[in-house]
Design a protein around this ligand. Structure first.
Ligand SMILES: [Zn+2]
Length: 415
């Protein structure tokens, strides 16, 4: 067992931002067995626990780790497919799938490392048949890999769903305690309606969660409404396009929307009525604004979604549509786009993601009973909006240490 698991350790910083309560000057968390046992003043916690090892970062701010609600690990930071539209980009991606096999594992390792060095403690990753699970599991982060399946590669809808359910059972064998596998229904244009409905029912019956890409591009909206456009050109004028409704309505009709569902993007064509549908079904959203901007997909109506009670988290997506795996950088971009306060942004990146993924009883804030998941950020700005200062620092490479379940999996200060 790592040393930090053996006894009690006090992690303390000049400023502690629990998110669930106001910031504390010289604040500390007492960690035992991977979990937070107490949160408070360093002097108080230190006095009551004289035998605990103390790791004090006086010039830094300690915040909950980033919870990345939608990411792909298996893309490398160069040679992203080009394209003026989402479907052109996707067509390029599909063309290069055979070549990608040679370097996906290496890319996944690099991306996981990059996320950790940016303070990420939990990641919801989506990859074909869960191919990036080994790299997430060995990274030290907690997380879930959502295994995407493509029914046309497998057989009938029944066979496809049985296949991916069996695959997820197989993927779960021997995983670290806080790493999990689940199913992803990739998107409305790659998974047929019957397979989608069956997957939603089967996973829900078993108490599993589900990830989907939804309402991402204008072409997805066109594909579902009229069965035409760039996606129809790639996937054929199959029988399920052209149903005359929005992607959100379509997903609802297939029982894909539920509290267990995390829907990524929702960047295009999300009407007020769609927001109501999302709120009523309890589905959560992962907001990936940099990917949406890169692929010219539009802007998710995040403030309206939050106002309707929809649980929203942040996602980096993958490096072929996004410049980095840094969730705080993604969040700072969202803060600018939506005119949010630093505090609202910092909450989105941490507790927001945890709530969206249904894991907020175990992570997302610094509170007794939760896992000791946090990031230590080098901060200097004290005036104005301190939370925004922390976001800016973390976005700009200022994460000095990352702790997951009490284990320091990254530390460039040596403290
Ligand atoms: Zn994605």
């Amino acid at each position: 067992m790592p040393e930090s698991r053996a006894g009690s350790v006090i992690f303390a910083a000049g400023t502690l931002m629990p998110i669930s309560s106001p910031p504390l000057r010289d604040g500390a968390v007492l960690v035992r067995g991977g979990r937070i046992e107490a949160v408070g003043d360093l002097a108080d916690i230190g006095g009551k626990n004289p035998d605990a090892e103390v790791r004090f970062f006086p010039n830094n701010t300690l915040i909950p780790g980033a919870v990345n609600a939608h990411a792909h690990l298996g893309f490398r930071r160069k040679d992203a497919p080009e394209g003026a539209t989402f479907s052109e980009w996707l067509g390029g991606l599909i063309e290069r799938l055979p070549e990608k096999e040679a370097w996906t594992a290496e890319a996944a390792r690099d991306c996981a490392r990059e996320a950790i060095e940016a303070g990420t403690t939990y990641m919801a990753e989506s990859s074909p048949y869960g191919e990036c699970l080994p790299q997430l599991a060995e990274s030290g982060m907690a997380g879930t890999v959502y295994a995407e399946f493509f029914p046309h590669e497998i057989g009938t809808p029944e066979e496809a769903v049985e296949f991916i359910v069996a695959k997820v059972h197989e993927l779960r064998a021997g995983l670290p305690e806080r790493v999990d596998a689940q199913v992803s229904v990739h998107s409305p244009y790659t998974v047929d309606p019957e397979s989608s409905r069956l997957a939603a029912r089967r996973t829900r019956e078993m108490g599993w969660t589900l990830a989907i890409h939804l309402s991402e591009s204008p072409e997805e909206v066109e594909f579902l409404k009229s069965g035409t456009g760039g996606l129809a050109d790639i996937f054929g004028t199959n029988e399920w396009g052209g149903v005359g409704v929005s992607p959100v309505r379509y997903a609802q009709s297939l029982e894909l929307l539920a509290p267990e569902t995390i829907a990524a993007h929702l960047a295009t064509g999300v009407s007020e009525e769609d927001i109501e549908v999302l709120a009523q079904t309890g589905a959560a959203a992962a907001h990936c604004p940099r990917s949406n901007a890169f692929l010219r997909c539009g802007l998710a109506p995040v403030p309206a979604m939050i106002a309707s009670g929809i649980r929203v988290g942040m996602g980096t997506d993958g490096l072929w549509s996004s410049p980095s795996m840094n969730l705080f950088e993604e969040t700072l971009f969202a803060v600018e786009l939506h005119g949010m306060s630093g505090a609202a942004g910092l909450e989105l990146a941490t507790l927001g993601g945890a709530r969206a993924l249904g894991i907020d009883d175990g992570t997302g804030t610094l509170d007794a009973g939760k896992w000791a998941d946090f990031a230590v950020v080098e901060t200097s700005r004290e005036d104005g909006d301190p939370e925004r200062g922390v976001l800016e620092a973390a976005a700009g490479g200022g994460v000095a240490a990352t702790v997951v379940g009490g284990n320091m999996i990254y530390n460039r200060l040596g403290t």
